[in-house]
Design a protein around this ligand. Sequence first.
Ligand code: SF4
Length: 314
Amino acid sequence: MGIKEQILQLKSEKDAVIIAHFYQPLEIQQVADYIGDSLGLAKIAKENISNKHIIFAGVRFMGETAVILNPKKKVFLPDTEASCPLADYLSGETIQSFKDQYPQSPVIVYVNTTADAKTHADLCCTSSNALKMVQRAAKEFSTDTFLFGPDKNLAEYVRRRTNYNIITIPGDGCCPHHDVLSLQQLNQVQADHPQAAVLIHPECRPEVQERADFIGSTGGMITYVKNHPEIHEFIIGTEVGLVEHLRWKNPNHEYYPADPNMYCADMKKNSMDKILQTLQAIGNPTAEKKYQIVLSKDVIEQAVTAINRMIDWS
Ligand code: SF4
């Protein structure tokens, strides 16, 4: 039996569901029960899962979010070393130091943050709903000043579309795999493919965003492609896993990575072998420990408020 068949069989035997982010290797997306971006997967983790075990093919903060939303289920990360350099910019301690300086200002954190950071937040957001969350928060909290982190480029995206005072915390946070895309590189790809629509993720630099036909999350980019059948070429300004996903799901168009260096090594730490090993470990308490994400009751109870508020307002 091939590895794909073994995974599918064990998944059913162990009452497990596989959730995968769009940036995962394509073969993992192809055995997943659900594929999505951060917001879509958070909603799925909260509302759609009846299985006892969740295997999260993504990075650590995503698995932590699944634990926070499903404290009674066991959540596994096939490679527990898969972290997110962007999330690592913002600790709970850093947030607290900013809160001490701006005690009246709500804290809005990107979902790409550690569970510890979320315990200090009033609200979470994703790249697909950041603007909407800030606008709603302005009404609910009756303020126009927010502590927002850790992504400086997403903060600038919101700042340019509102009149609010967005204080970026810590100030220099960014995703290295989105911030790498330069205007010079985009110019070159556009020169090579002048007919292509340019789709850019808001984690990219502001000057690159300014050149986009569409700015949005990975889920938003997929919707844009589906809604524009008259366009046949797309330059994709996000992690290259989405290019693979689009070529798989919508093979009638051409997709060009805005920069082949937009490659998240952490997202690629998961593999089919590791997913199989995780499934094999389920049911063996000692072996499970290698893959299971465990958070304290206190962290779960404090972090869930910001995530649930986001889901309720989405
Ligand atoms: Fe984090 Fe960037 Fe990798 Fe996404 S692509 S997991 S934001 S480092």
